[in-house]
Each structure stands twice: as structure tokens, then as C-alpha cells.
Design a protein around this ligand. Structure first.
Ligand SMILES: [Zn+2]
Ligand SMILES: [Zn+2]
Length: 439
């Protein structure tokens, strides 16, 4: 699987304990007195998440911070940051930022030092192009790291996305290191001008994205408007991610892995399944989305270099959209790159329900997912790994096939030497020795 992760650096003057203690007392009350002003987006950067300040932050600094946050984003933040999250509830945090880091190895050391003693697992990668981070931990530890990060002006307005992790850690351990490429992609991404916002797509807020999709659907049934040459709705994720959830009207990607994506990458060879082949680079709007935004930023830079003019991305990706707008025009669940694998829209936003009058979306929601083995409809929108350790394929499976093939993806795998038991519920497989010793 690909992973989208990353990370940052900061001054070490802040003590962990004072920060973490402060989060235990965060309440919505805090936010009622922050007087955030509604503003529109002024920059193409991701909106910040307002986090409560620690006791060591002076009132003056608090005031300054709020001004900066409000000025950059205009986002009311209470819902984004789950400020009332119990301190010990586990969450998963995602963020990334493309920004020049002149001494990434020094930054890595600073981050490792800060995280010492905090209960953080995940993948946090840094290099000269910035940071990509996905990690889990108790709310207070997870947020302490974010707060520390935001003390650095380079990351002060980073968009931080937080979602619940009800079974504790969603990653086996912490990997925090220098990584040459913040996103796995064939050929790497180091050569791309990612630090230049003008080379990326124009970000659309979740609200703008929703309005745009609704307008497109009103104009014509989107399944027919695939032939509408004025736009392309492009899912830049992997096909297995599309299989459990996607925006209504987005075509299933024809690649199994973003890092090997072939869309327009072969300059001389037009691939028949390439959704961008033969389109007018100057007139067609390319609306692209991914899970958290980073893959779109990378991919849009590639498309920009190839001459595409009208590139738009969903800011903060689907997770940010579900949190702010709910599953409007969204079908199914969201695939995530951690042990949770699949999250329903309600994990991001308990309050917003799918529009009752969107019968088309509701109908597709009830029927789109199918068993990899028999092709029949599956209700559980969650992949499982093949029980054959050497296969480990991620696939959707109905209950009958699960029983018949004992958790394997095909008959051949059922006869493999390294078979693991069928996993109950939403568990993930552990290390092989767990099963080897139980045999
Ligand atoms: Zn089946
Ligand atoms: Zn298999």
C-alpha cells in the first residue's frame, strides 16, 4: 500500500508535561470566548486548526496566535479540532506541509527529542520539501505534538485532521525519519516544484467543492456527463480505495497504486484508460480529490508541468470534506492507511446526514460495493487481507465467501503453507509469529 505521511521541526523550549496537562481541561467553553471572525480563504494553503494554548503560552502570544489563525483561514475551528475529546481517547492525526526545510536531519532529531515520553505511533517523514505525518496516540499526546509544531511559523497554519481511533493505536510503532520522498511514487517526487504554490492546483474549500459538484449534477446526470468535455472528476487514489467509497460520478481509477499511476505520465504513449487522454488542456476543468490532499498536490504539480491549465483540488481531501460538509455526493466509506482501514462518514461528522432528497446517491450507496470473489453485493465496506501470508491481498469479501475460502482471496491461497486464521470483526492481522506459535 502506499502511505501518505510526513512531518516537521520546532524549538525545544516547550516542556511536554505542561502542554499535555493543558489539554485535559479543554472544553467547548474555551472556544465560545475566542470570537473568531468568519472570513474567506485568502491563501491557497490549507486552513489551520485552532488548538488550545498551553499554560506556558502567554496571553499576548495567545492573542497573536488567534489573529494569525483567523487571518489565514477564516475557519471556525471547534468542530475541526474536537476540543472536547477526552484526553485519553485515542485519535489519529494527519497533516502535511510542503515547505523548505534546510536541515531536515536536524529537524528529525528535534522531533524525536520532543516525542520522547509521548505515546505516539505512526509514520512521520521529513525532508527538504517538508513534512508528512500520520500518527495515533491519546488525544493529549497527539495534540501536544501539534501544538509544539505550530509554534514554528513554517507550520503555524498547517491543516491538522483528527479522527477517532476506538481500538487504541492505529499504527504498530513510531517511524520518524528522513525520507527522500514524502509520497511514494514511481521516480520519487524530489524533482517536482512542490514548494511553489502556483505549480499546484487551485484548492477548493469543502463548501466550494460541494457547490461545484451539486451544480454539475444539476446540469446533467453525471453518469451521462462523463462525455461532458468541460470537466473531469478525477479520483487520484488507488482503485481499492474507490471500491469502498468515492464521490458520485468519479470513475474507478485504473491503477492499483498511486505510486505507479500512469495517468498522463507516459509522454509518448497514450493509454486508452487514461481519463486525461485527448482532453483539452486549456479548457477542461480537472477536479481532483484524494484522502487528505497530499496526493492531489503532488499530482497536480505533474499535470501543471504537462500544460493543464484548470486544475482544482479538494482542500484537505475527503476527510476534511466529510468533516465539514458531511457525505453530500459521497458514497460509502473512506479508506484510510492505518489499522482502521475504513471509516464511515459519521466518524468525521456525527451531525451531518446525507441529504434525504439525493435518491441517486442513496441508491448507489446501497449497491455499489461487490465481493472480490463472487461479485455479489457486500455490506461491510471494509477490506480484509488474504489469510495467506504470502498473498496478503486487500479485498472486499461477502460472508459466504469468507466462510467458504476461510479468509483467503482465492482457492489457490487456501492451500498455501502460511495460512492465518479468519479474523473476526474489524481486527487486523498481527505478526506471523503470533499464528506460527499457535499452530
Ligand atoms: Zn462473495
Ligand atoms: Zn490470496
Amino acid at each position: 500500500m502506499t502511505s501518505c505521511c510526513a512531518l516537521v521541526s520546532l524549538p525545544l523550549s516547550t516542556s511536554h508535561s505542561s502542554l499535555t496537562n493543558s489539554f485535559c481541561s479543554i472544553t467547548p467553553h474555551f472556544f465560545r470566548h475566542t470570537h473568531l471572525r468568519p472570513l474567506t480563504y485568502q491563501t491557497p494553503t490549507a486552513p489551520p486548526c485552532l488548538l488550545p494554548s498551553s499554560p506556558i503560552v502567554t496571553k499576548r502570544r495567545r492573542r497573536r496566535k488567534r489573529e494569525v489563525w483567523v487571518g489565514n483561514s477564516g475557519i471556525s475551528t471547534e468542530s475541526q479540532c474536537r476540543a472536547s475529546e477526552p484526553a485519553n481517547d485515542f485519535v489519529v492525526v494527519n497533516f502535511y506541509r510542503f515547505v523548505l526545510i534546510e536541515e531536515p536531519h536536524v529537524e528529525v532529531a528535534k522531533h524525536l527529542s520532543f516525542l520522547e515520553g509521548l505515546d505516539i505511533h505512526g509514520r512521520i517523514y521529513l525532508n527538504e520539501q517538508g513534512i508528512n505525518a500520520q500518527y495515533s496516540g491519546p488525544f493529549k499526546d497527539a495534540l501536544a505534538y501539534v501544538e509544539w509544531l505550530k509554534e514554528d511559523y513554517r507550520f503555524s497554519d498547517v491543516l491538522v485532521q483528527i479522527s477517532p481511533s476506538v481500538n487504541g493505536h492505529a499504527f504498530p510503532k513510531l517511524k520518524l525519519r528522513y525520507k527522500p520522498s514524502l509520497v511514494q511514487m514511481e521516480g520519487g517526487i524530489q524533482h517536482l516544484p512542490l514548494l511553489d504554490p502556483s505549480m499546484r492546483a487551485t484548492p477548493m474549500t469543502p463548501s466550494q467543492w460541494k457547490i461545484r459538484l451539486q451544480a454539475l449534477h444539476e446540469k446533467a446526470d453525471i453518469s451521462k456527463s462523463v462525455h461532458d468535455s468541460s470537466f473531469v472528476l478525477l479520483d487520484v487514489r488507488n482503485s481499492y480505495e474507490w471500491d469502498i467509497g468515492h464521490f458520485h460520478g468519479a470513475k474507478r481509477p485504473d491503477v492499483d497504486c498511486f505510486r505507479r499511476t500512469s495517468f498522463t505520465l507516459s509522454y509518448n504513449q497514450v493509454i486508452s484508460t487514461d481519463p486525461l487522454a485527448d482532453i483539452d488542456k486549456e479548457k477542461t476543468d480537472i477536479l481532483m480529490y484524494c484522502t487528505g490532499g497530499i496526493r492531489c498536490d503532488v499530482y497536480s504539480t505533474i499535470l501543471r508541468q504537462q500544460g493543464f491549465q484548470n486544475l482544482y483540488t479538494l482542500m484537505g481531501g475527503v476527510s476534511h470534506y466529510l468533516k465539514n460538509e458531511g457525505p453530500v455526493k459521497w458514497i460509502g466509506n473512506l479508506f484510510v492507511f492505518d489499522d482502521r482501514l475504513s471509516l464511515p462518514p459519521s466518524a468525521y461528522n456525527h451531525e451531518v446526514k446525507i441529504q434525504a432528497n439525493d435518491a441517486e446517491v442513496a441508491a448507489e450507496s446501497n449497491s455499489f460495493a461487490s465481493c472480490y470473489i463472487c461479485g455479489l453485493h457486500v455490506r461491510d465496506l471494509r477490506h480484509r487481507n488474504c489469510a495467506n501470508l504470502n498473498c496478503n491481498l486487500l479485498f472486499l469479501c461477502c460472508e459466504d465467501c469468507l466462510k467458504d475460502l476461510r479468509g483467503c482471496c482465492c482457492l489457490k491461497c487456501t492451500t498455501a503453507p502460511w495460512l492465518r486464521p479468519v479474523l473476526p470483526g474489524n481486527e487486523r492481522y498481527k505478526k506471523w509469529h503470533t499464528y506460527r506459535e499457535a499452530r
